[in-house]
Design a protein around this ligand. Structure first.
Ligand code: CO
Length: 323
């Protein structure tokens, strides 16, 4: 998840992209990359198991809780709540604590999973077409991802990646979602620069060996843009500030343990939760993530992998056996 709106795209253009954490010893760098890899390994196992559960009649809440529980059981932590977006929903959807929604036979389901080990994040998403009618739409985002992965290497620009994604999706007769993008990954930061656009932009940045990035094309048969809608179930800490309300102070203590990563409402103590979250949001301590839906209610597919950039290619840390 942690896709971002396109107005943020130019912010990081002047940034000199460095390795995962800037200049550091070879050994230290390898230790960090191994944590990304370990997070990726857990993610792949959990993703494969979760896909078995995505069936007509199954509860969304059960799938989300299964994913998050399995991540913890395997020694990782969720880097964000398990996102389950259906049909025109593209991102930032996760079940509420008392959600009774079940998958229906005509759902197009996006499962987006994040795992971190010591703050080092792997992020991956897949689309499951329960309807059996959107195979081409699913392939459009999958092929766009694969085509982008083929050109990724030290020195590739985000312009080239955006171009490959855009043209691949258009070749299928669909539109890329222009205001969602891939992103860099840094320690406890699932929304790091650079932005990896899903369309060709005139400006971009050059990727370097050992940068860790998530590529996530979205394809749609709608207008090609998402808008915020509905209530938010996902939040993250922006900036710790003193708050007066006792409930808000208590809740902030709970929230701090996520170290700035997105968390779900349902992960928190439920007593006076609405009051506490509203107060923290109004104080500028929290941001929320309303569900992002396709503006024309178009169907949306998504595919995502996390990669480590290498001299002559990339290492896909979230690739399963079948990839
Ligand atoms: Co992502």
């Amino acid at each position: 998840m942690e896709v971002c709106f396109i107005e943020e795209i130019f912010i990081d253009n002047s940034r000199e992209i460095k390795g995962a954490e800037g200049d550091m010893e070879e050994e230290e760098l390898e230790q960090i990359l191994d944590k990304y890899r370990a997070a990726g390994k857990i993610l792949v196992e959990v993703r494969e198991a979760a896909l078995e559960l995505v069936k007509e009649g199954e509860s969304l809440l059960k799938v989300a809780e299964f994913v998050e529980g399995e991540i913890r059981a395997k020694g990782g932590e969720p880097a964000f709540p398990c996102n389950i977006a259906r049909n025109e929903e593209a991102a930032h959807a996760t079940p509420s604590i008392d959600d009774t929604t079940v998958f229906s036979a005509d759902d197009v389901v996006k499962i987006d999973i994040g795992v971190h080990i010591d703050g080092y994040i792997a992020d991956s998403a897949v689309t499951v077409d329960l309807s059996g009618e959107y195979g081409a739409l699913v392939r459009a985002s999958e092929t766009a991802l694969n085509e982008a992965l083929k050109i990724i290497r030290d020195g590739v620009t985000t312009i080239e990646i955006g171009e490959v994604i855009e043209y691949t999706i258009k070749d299928y007769g669909y539109k890329p979602v222009v205001n969602l993008s891939g992103h860099g990954l840094l320690r406890y930061n699932a929304h790091a620069p650079p932005t990896i656009p899903n369309v060709r932009y005139a400006q971009g940045v050059i990727l370097k060996t050992n940068d860790v990035i998530a590529i996530e094309p979205f394809a749609t048969d709608g207008g090609g843009k998402v808008v915020e809608s509905g209530n938010a179930e996902i939040y993250s800490l922006i900036k710790e500030k003193p708050v007066r309300l006792r409930e808000a102070r208590k809740m902030l203590d709970e929230i701090k343990k996520y170290r700035g990563l997105p968390f779900a409402r349902r992960w928190l103590p439920q007593e006076r939760l609405n009051l506490a979250l509203r107060s923290l949001k109004n104080a500028g301590v929290l941001r929320d993530y309303p569900v992002l839906k396709e503006e024309e209610k178009g169907m949306v597919s998504q595919a995502e992998h996390t990669v480590i950039i290498k001299e002559d290619g990339c290492e896909i840390i979230t690739a399963g056996n079948q990839n």
